[in-house]
Design a protein around this ligand. Sequence first.
Ligand SMILES: Cc1cc2nc3c(=O)[nH]c(=O)nc-3n(C[C@H](O)[C@H](O)[C@H](O)COP(=O)(O)O)c2cc1C
Length: 177
Amino acid sequence: MFIPIILGTAREGRQSEKAAQFVLEEVLKYGLESEILDVRDFRLPATDASKQSDVAKKLAEKITRADGLIVVSPEYNHGYPGELKMMLDMLYTEYAHKPLGICGVSMGGLGGVRMVEQLRQVATELHMVNIREAIYFSGIQNLFENGKIKDESFGGRVKTMLDELVWYANTLKQGIK
Ligand SMILES: Cc1cc2nc3c(=O)[nH]c(=O)nc-3n(C[C@H](O)[C@H](O)[C@H](O)COP(=O)(O)O)c2cc1C
């Protein structure tokens, strides 16, 4: 089962990369196939839903193959980063009927909860199935030491999300009407 992870910010010095890397390791440990789809590699100068660009074709190949999706993203001014939205907007039908798990990242204590809730609205329009279990990487600047997460409970949180994600991916693939 292929569950890629979108890293939602291209910001220089982004802390969210550490969270995305941690989630990737946990997904691989769980026994799934995965890779990080970095917004830095899927950038366009303006919104383009024509699917003609090389990056859109590359993204379409990944999302079509995916059985579900995880987004790891910071919250910027109580929303999702613009580059994440532009990346998602390149495609439409490719996302349909696939489960989505969202991981928020923030310096403060809320872990990007407002970004998570806003992204759920976008996912609904993309015909994705939102997983209830989100993960909130709060206090990100102090959460990692030498690339390792200090709070080991996050491993269990990712597992709980993956249990749901995999259940929905399998169930949705059966095409239950
Ligand atoms: C433009 C901008 C807006 C931000 N807005 C918020 C916010 O609304 N809520 C929040 O908790 N943190 C906010 N932050 C701080 C992020 O939590 C912080 O940068 C954190 O390290 C995660 O983002 P990063 O991956 O860019 O490092 C903002 C940061 C930037 C650069």
